[in-house]
Design a protein around this ligand. Sequence first.
Ligand code: MLT
Ligand code: MN
Length: 308
Amino acid sequence: MRVRVLGAAAGGGFPQWNAGSDACRRARAGDPAARPATQAGLALSAAGEGWVLVNASPDLRQQIEATAELHPRDGLRSSPIRAVVLTNGEVDAIAGLLSLREGTPFALYAHPRVLAVLDRNPVFEVLDGGLVPRRPLQPEVEVELADAAGAPLGLLCRPFPVPGKLPLWLEGEARSLDTAALDGDTLGLELSDRGGRRLIWAANCAAVTRDLAERATGADLLLMDGTLWRDDEMIRAGVGRKTGRRMGHVSMSGPEGAVAGLRGVPVGRRVFVHVNNTNPAHLADSPERAELARAGWEVAHDGMDLSL
Ligand code: MLT
Ligand code: MN
């Protein structure tokens, strides 16, 4: 299975447009230890022919241009991108759909709650329903991903609920807000090929549950929510009032963090993705990055090849 990280950063990217932190300044200055990163996304393919995207970040156009495998190959209008799977309705997961207009077919998969978000926003009608069928993903129902015409792509997808919340921009409509609900607003994905290679994508996840740990057991690759190093990071940095928990993201460190929660779970490779611009793990020379390495974790970067 071919697997490429299209974007490693959380919403806003690294550096974020309005962020003047030391880390973001270093990234802008070309410091090799502060590598810029676009907003989170993944591309995978069973055989390098047709590709599936996980999420469509606002940086998708740039990510496609940076990835030769995703360039058109046939004639004046074509794309090897055959399907897009959305795991949530946050801006950083869906805005890139708008860059996929222009009349090339692909299949769009998402939980019915996320499809409803698209359905009620007429701007997404730029994706002609005749060319871009919207297919519901039901938790725990494995599907073989297929292109717009129904031709199988050789990849199986089993979505599963992970603790999370509805998108930030819809919070105003919520009667009460459970930031670690299991109702489908955020999905994890188990993606596998016919050869039995298996990866887990849980890039938006409010807590490490027993279910997640069990699913990850024996996987070749785990891509895990790496938004924050610590829960109160944005408050301490003076750039926000919310904890990670409030934002629906488990932190890397701490007794309830992802490193501790997944310690001892056998996984081929464990990689943090969706890393926020405030997270010191972006910095290759930070003590936090060294601590992650000692614990067996990698931090994704744009273009990272994670083929299995
Ligand atoms: C998130 O992952 O929490 C969102 O991307 C938040 C946002 O849209 O800024
Ligand atoms: Mn996000």
